[in-house]
Design a protein. Sequence first.
Length: 529
Amino acid sequence: MTENDNGIQKKKIGIIIVAVIVIVAISAGAGLYIHSKQVPSSTSKSTVITVAFPVYSTTVPTIDNFLNHSMSGWLKAHPNVKIEFVGPFGASSEGQYYTKLDLMTSSKSTAPDVMLEDMFYTATYASSGTIMPLNNIINSSVLNSFYPSAIGQMTINGTYYGLPAQVTDTLIYYNMTLFQEAGIPTPWQPQNWTDIINAAMTLKEKLPSNVIPLNIYTGVQGDEASSFTGFESLLYGTGWGLYNFSTHQWYGDNPGLQATLGFYQKVFVNDSLAQTALSNTPYITAGQYMQEGKLGIDIDGSWMFGYQWANGSQNYIHNFSKYIGIAKIPTEFGQGNGYTTMVGGWGWSAYSGDSNTTLIGSFLTALDNITNQITINLPGNALAGGLPTSVNATSNPLFSELMPANPQLDTFYTNLLQYGSYRPPVATYPTVSYDLQEAMDTVTSGGSVASALSQYSSALVSAFGSSNVQSAQDSTVTATSAASFVPAMVVHTNNANTLGKITEFVDQEYYTMLITADSTVNDFISGIL
């Protein structure tokens, strides 16, 4: 075949491809779906960027509208690029979304170029090699523009695997009518865990027995609501967490785990202030009971207003701010910054099999600019009820439209992010979360804190091996159990002034302290002082 024949042959192939594309487009009556990144024609190269997005909580038209409207400026600058939403369709829950997404990403031919994921799953997808690192394709000024508690969830050992599109955080809601009936002044802002206990006790003593003083999610039945919204909202206010990033080990025991399980023991068993039944249907029953005046204090999430109480939602509360108060979750003793919150949400990631990384980086940057972060969270949009993730978002004119009837809520929710912590971005977290839920069940069913932690630690060792679990002994923590609010703490110091401050600070009714001579002051106590 001559060089001229070869050129004629290529031209024929190009015409055939174009003809087939036109026929497919006409017969489908819709936009094209061609997963191959570049489709050759006789004059130019056309690229389709495919996007995966959960549809169980929104609609396909809503997603399509967001993608094409929000990216219109970028598309004008890239006239040969088209955006295609590819589902996965037929997923009626978050679990089904990930099952279908896993199937799509198992093959390069079906994998979406860009996907929206709960940031909770970033570590899982990164460890499996499903999503690509972004350090070299996203400008550092963009990566540094987010709240640390947002971008941190998509960062593993200094490598960025996504851009956060939405954040939510945890806080305390309280029924102001019930507080007033019980004689508790409002507005109310607890300064430590004891303040929460005392308010709940007052509600129990002063109000009818059908009023539940306190809700915090617990146990296996509450799933991630128990771990994230409930337990970890308190745990990260102790100065401790679930994972030691220095040693790359899960904590099998530490003072923070002891203290948090002790709180659960007190409110569910010792003082009967909370009920496990509200965790059978997380968020729904609590939302209903707050509206009906049957629940006094609810440790919950910023998503609750849009999900449960806004106009058009399941349990609409008219004049919300007149009846429901909001407060920050305090740290255990009011130490450190004084408050804490757990931050979750959704983010954009890119499939690791894509070769046109420069285009994908440009696309992601435009998709997740501040205006689009706000737009996707506006009422009626795909992630309605969430918060933008950039620190400068509050100065954007669109910000006030997030909750037009209650703008003070979004300001409050956003200000909480400065206190934010997040789930460890480690692929094995889901297993740890389940084991933590079982530890809660042990305590709320009457078991001891020591027993619950022993079971928890053993479960971690069984799953990951002893070398990947840091025991109480490894942490130089004495795991002494007590029937009171919190088990014993060990304070290491030989400084008389420090001992005096600690003794003065701690409420002796609830806490047992073991003072030992040592040359170092425990990090936890340093936070208090």
